[in-house]
Design a protein around this ligand. Structure first.
Ligand SMILES: [Zn+2]
Length: 308
């Protein structure tokens, strides 16, 4: 220690601890598009032996332990993406709106630090209707957070969740999800445009059907110049669990078989084509590559880019 302290002057001693976390912003380029990944925080979702439908809980616990994660909770970080195409400022999924867990809801703070005015967002595109993807459309008092944004949603997602027959047939906990969607969308339905998979929602942003997690779950392929990015949404939640164990069907997947088939199809393509990918519940900045392994896939995070 003596060697280190010998050169330290009074200036070092005067620096007080900041006492608060650093902003969660990561900026990168795809061709001429500027992307900003914005961290909204994390939820440690409590889990039980019902969490994975088709694996013994001891295996789930050991997968979590292998990843240095708690074994009774699923680490569920949230990262939204702003795509500035030069003509449009597009927000892909909207975060929790501070309405899911006390440890999430910092998206608007990070937007501010990133220098992005919520009024400048002119398009929101939603991957699916789970609350952690749509609640950020409104604040707790029902006001629109992005007042100038058109909102585009998958047609199949709207048809499934906004159908009162499906609401009435749902189990009690899923009914809460249906009611939350009505809280978000009912009085703004005029601002909402529905799209079919395959639609190009903005120049360079193409939608692809990715059903299973929910019936209309949708992913996005972003292309500019000779670069591309696959935005995987909830094709897999935390990669330490669901990339390494792609066959596992989580309790929150509405159609577990379809969710697994979609995951393998998209992950195989991303691995074979060495595509850059981002996942909504991947560890921040949520961006990297997927490598095929003997039993599944491994997520390799990007190196932090000091230049755009
Ligand atoms: Zn989600």
């Amino acid at each position: 220690m003596a060697a280190f302290s010998a050169g330290a002057g009074p200036a070092d001693a005067a620096t007080k601890p900041a006492g608060k976390p650093s902003p969660g912003i990561y900026r990168y380029r795809i061709g001429s598009f500027e992307l900003t990944a914005l961290y909204d925080g994390i939820w440690y979702r409590p889990i039980t032996d019902k969490f994975i439908r088709n694996a013994p809980f001891a295996e789930v616990e050991s997968a979590l332990a292998d990843a240095f994660m708690p074994t009774d909770k699923l680490a569920t970080p949230f990262t939204t993406l702003i795509v500035n195409t030069g003509n449009n400022v597009v927000l892909l999924d909207t975060g929790t709106g501070g309405q899911i867990a006390p440890s999430a809801g910092v998206l608007r703070d990070n937007l501010g630090v990133a220098g992005i005015d919520p009024k400048a967002v002119d398009l929101i595109v939603v991957s699916h209707f789970h609350p952690d993807h749509i609640n950020g459309i409104k604040d707790k008092d029902d006001n629109l957070v992005f007042p100038n944004a058109e909102i585009m949603v998958p047609e199949a997602e709207w048809n499934f969740w906004m159908d009162d027959a499906n609401l009435n047939a749902a189990a009690a906990d899923l009914k809460l999800t249906f009611r939350n969607q009505r809280r978000i969308f009912s009085n703004i339905a005029r601002k909402v445009t529905r799209f079919e998979p395959g639609a190009e929602v903005a120049p360079g942003i193409v939608t692809l059907a990715a059903p299973g997690h929910t019936p209309g779950h949708t992913v996005f392929a972003i292309h500019s110049g000779n670069q591309s990015l696959l935005v995987l949404g909830d094709t897999a939640q935390h990669p330490a669990v669901f990339a390494r164990h792609p066959d596992w069907q989580a309790a929150f997947d509405i159609d577990g078989d379809a969710a697994v088939a979609t995951r393998k199809k998209l992950f195989d393509r991303a691995a074979a084509d060495r595509m850059l990918v981002t996942g909504y519940h991947f560890p921040f900045p949520a961006c990297g590559h997927l490598v095929k392994t003997a039993g599944g896939y491994e997520h390799v995070p990007v190196e932090w880019q000091p230049h755009l």
